[in-house]
Design a binder for this molecule. Structure first.
Ligand code: HEC
Ligand code: HEC
Ligand code: HEC
Ligand code: HEC
Ligand code: HEC
Length: 456
């Protein structure tokens, strides 16, 4: 005869400590949810830590509690069946559970509300954020000044859907632990290196059509010499960005075109193997002959994406020379102050933490008897330094390089260096006029700018 019928669930539940613990955990989790969920929904949905609490930790407690209840019930049943424990009275069992639940509710309401509220309130403080989000300060600072400053972080970094959301919460938890234990990498790895970027179909291409015809884009790059006059010159390039039909975009992302490549390092800086599938379906493989035979076979392969060229769409860090040149051209720094270009670039490159910039600018103004307020120049240069160099995170000039080009980083020349060859010895093009027409190179005042009426 089965004892189950005479020993209802509720009686067994009350007679083992494990099932009672399960009830305790379940109610605690339930109450915590009641406190945390409204905070998550009410404007704090972006705070990953509230998310972690609401969707990982509390549910874990809930499920642990739910799992413990049947275990306790089974153990209680076994004890009763084997005669080890007395059969409790049904009425007494209900009373026990009633008192227990009442007590738990009271304790949960008093302590739980206070504790959860305090914990969540703490996560909102600058102190907490200042420490944890501080790791991302370089990216946050650069993003604020980027053309994508109105595009939210999650748009590029979190794959839409439940799986992406879960992966992000797990990564967030891991990052939180690294920050708490102070074990995060300095500088933190770039997102290409950790292979954690959302595919361009689900990000960039939601806003920019892959085959949009952009045509040619004129680029004027002013540079200044390190001489007394800060002599200015201009390089004018006509970049053939193209679109569906061809050009830079069409050659890599046009209809039917697919480029796969195998890098030897996680930053994808050295690429010995490239496979090109054209619109006609024909496949050619280009190999760097300096790569050891057989060394390419085991490398990971990636399909070319927007970020393989546009690696810094939201976090463009500058180089000191380029930043000073751009500011001189824009009139934000004094181009008539003798040797100013040389002075400014040296100052930015050698400063340890940015605090010595202002006094040195003041001294320079005095020494060279430059009219105007040194404070404005000092503030500009200090801000430039603070937006690009983060000494405690080991981020300095050039730590995060940009692959859109070939002068500051290998960029296009990782493949287009003229040495990646097919079996028939044709190489991926290195012709200077394929990607851009060089309308003027380092000219004092290029004719074309006069013609267009945009010379200075
Ligand atoms: C338009 C898309 C886009 C947006 C918006 C964006 N990012 Fe990024 N982010 C990238 C790309 C692309 C990389 C990888 C660059 C690389 O690996 O060279 C990256 C890299 C990073 C990295 C790794 C370190 C580094 O510099 O490579 C961090 C951290 C980061 N982003 C944080 C953020 C934060 C925080 C925000 C919001 C304030 C944000 N991102 C917004 C595209 C974006
Ligand atoms: C939510 C929409 C959105 C997403 C996602 C997005 N962009 Fe943009 N992007 C824009 C808008 C809007 C502009 C124009 C901004 C402006 O001119 O101020 C822009 C501008 C650009 C520009 C020109 C910037 C410049 O320097 O003038 C490039 C290049 C670009 N995006 C590439 C990308 C890439 C690569 C990605 C994916 C990593 C991406 N975008 C994701 C909306 C988006
Ligand atoms: C092979 C490298 C490469 C790839 C891949 C690539 N681009 Fe570009 N793209 C460029 C270059 C080079 C320019 C011109 C840059 C400049 O103006 O400084 C450019 C320009 C742009 C511009 C700005 C055009 C303007 O008006 O100034 C946008 C927007 C853009 N790309 C979006 C994308 C998107 C989205 C993808 C992915 C679907 C993509 N690109 C893939 C190289 C690439
Ligand atoms: C991962 C390797 C790789 C990178 C990086 C790369 N390309 Fe290419 N590119 C190719 C391959 C492969 C082809 C097709 C072979 C060819 O046409 O020589 C190609 C073709 C082209 C073409 C068409 C050439 C022609 O003869 O019509 C242009 C233009 C071009 N790339 C520009 C660029 C620019 C600009 C960059 C950097 C912003 C760049 N590529 C980065 C692999 C790459
Ligand atoms: C695969 C395409 C490609 C090839 C081949 C190529 N370039 Fe470029 N080049 C670019 C891109 C992209 C940029 C960056 C444009 C920008 O700043 O947005 C650039 C920029 C430049 C600049 C401006 C540098 C600066 O100060 O910013 C010069 C100069 C230049 N290229 C010269 C050359 C010469 C010389 C050759 C031939 C040996 C060559 N390029 C071959 C794609 C190419």
């Amino acid at each position: 005869m089965s004892p189950d019928i005479k020993r209802p669930f509720i009686v067994l539940l009350a007679s083992h400590w494990l099932s009672m613990l399960g009830v305790a955990l379940t109610t605690t989790a339930g109450f915590s949810w009641l406190f945390v969920l409204p905070m998550h929904l009410r404007g704090n949905a972006d705070n990953p830590y509230i998310g972690i609490l609401a969707f990982l930790i509390i549910p874990a407690v809930l499920f642990l509690g739910l799992a413990l209840i049947p275990v306790g019930v089974l153990l209680a049943r076994r004890q009763v069946v084997s005669g080890l424990a007395a059969i409790p009275d049904r009425r007494a069992a209900w009373r026990k559970i009633g008192v227990f639940l009442g007590l738990m509710t009271f304790v949960n309401l008093v302590i739980g509300s206070q504790a959860t509220y305090r914990a969540v309130a703490h996560m909102e403080t600058d102190q907490f954020c200042g420490q944890s989000c501080h790791v991302m300060k370089p990216e946050f600072t650069a993003w604020k000044h980027a053309p994508h400053s109105h595009v939210e972080c999650v748009e590029c970094h979190i794959t839409p859907g439940a799986a992406g959301w879960f992966a992000a919460k797990m990564a967030g938890t891991r990052q939180l632990m690294n920050v708490a234990l102070n074990t995060y990498k300095r500088p933190i790895e770039d997102a290409i290196e950790t292979n954690r970027l959302v595919r361009s179909e689900e990000t960039c291409e939601k806003c920019h059509a892959r085959d949009k015809e952009i045509g040619s884009v004129m680029k004027v790059i002013p540079t200044f010499k390190d001489d007394e006059k800060n002599t200015r010159s201009e390089t004018v390039l006509m970049l053939m960005v193209g679109g569906k039909a061809g050009g830079i975009h069409g050659a890599h992302m046009g209809p039917g075109v697919e480029i796969r490549y195998a890098p030897t390092d996680s930053k994808r800086g050295t690429i010995p193997w490239v496979e090109y599938k054209g619109a006609d379906g024909k496949v050619s493989t280009y190999v760097d002959p300096s790569a050891k035979p057989g060394s390419v076979a085991g490398l990971p392969r990636y399909t070319m994406q927007c970020v393989d060229c546009h690696s810094r769409p939201a976090h463009t860090f500058q180089l000191p020379g380029r930043a000073v040149d751009a500011a001189l051209a824009a009139g934000k720094l004094p181009a008539n102050a003798p040797f100013f270009r040389k002075f400014a670039v040296e100052l930015l490159t050698t400063s340890k933490d940015g605090t010595d910039i202002a006094p040195k600018v003041v001294a320079y103004y005095k020494e060279k008897a430059i009219p105007g307020d040194p404070a404005v120049t000092a503030a500009f240069l200090t801000n430039l330094y603070d937006s690009n160099v983060f000494p405690d995170l080991k981020v300095t000039w050039g730590t995060y390089s940009n692959n859109l080009g070939h002068t500051d980083a290998p960029g296009c020349f990782r493949c287009h260096d003229g040495s990646h060859e097919r079996a028939d010895k044709t190489a991926i093009t290195n012709d200077c006029t394929t990607c851009h027409r060089m309308v003027a190179v380092d000219e004092a005042s290029p004719e074309v700018l006069k013609t267009l009426g945009i010379d200075q």
